[in-house]
Unconditional design. Structure first.
Length: 120
């Protein structure tokens, strides 16, 4: 094992300080807020760009645009992380799945609420 690998291993096993924990917690909160706001924004855009819903079926004529906007919203989060100076390179598969799920959940709720004509 080289010295660099040994140093990395020691760094991983070292207990984190209170300040390090707080910084990581703030970063997780920022990432969650980005996912939530992105989901709400993309849900609103999906409703307004997909056309007027049919009053009988409640379906929009070009609903596939909403799915494409959802995918774009998940991918665009990486660029928002760069603007907020959040280290997105440290995110693993589980973290990106969480980001995508939060975006999907809020996108779905927003679009569903807007499609409910009795609320409008």
């Amino acid at each position: 094992m080289s010295e660099n690998e040994a140093a990395v291993e020691v760094e991983k096993t070292r207990p984190r300080t209170r300040a390090e924990k707080q910084v990581q917690h703030r970063d997780r909160i920022k990432r969650t807020l980005v996912a939530c706001f992105m989901g709400i924004l993309v849900g609103g855009l999906s409703f307004y760009l997909s056309g007027t819903p049919d009053p009988v079926t409640g379906l929009q004529p070009t609903a596939v645009i909403g799915l494409l906007l959802l995918a774009a919203g998940v991918v665009f989060q990486k660029h928002v992380f760069m603007l907020l100076r959040i280290d997105y390179m440290e995110l693993g598969t589980k973290d990106w799945f969480y980001q995508g799920f939060m975006t999907f959940a809020l996108w779905f709720m927003t679009w569903t609420i807007l499609l409910t004509t009795t609320v409008l």
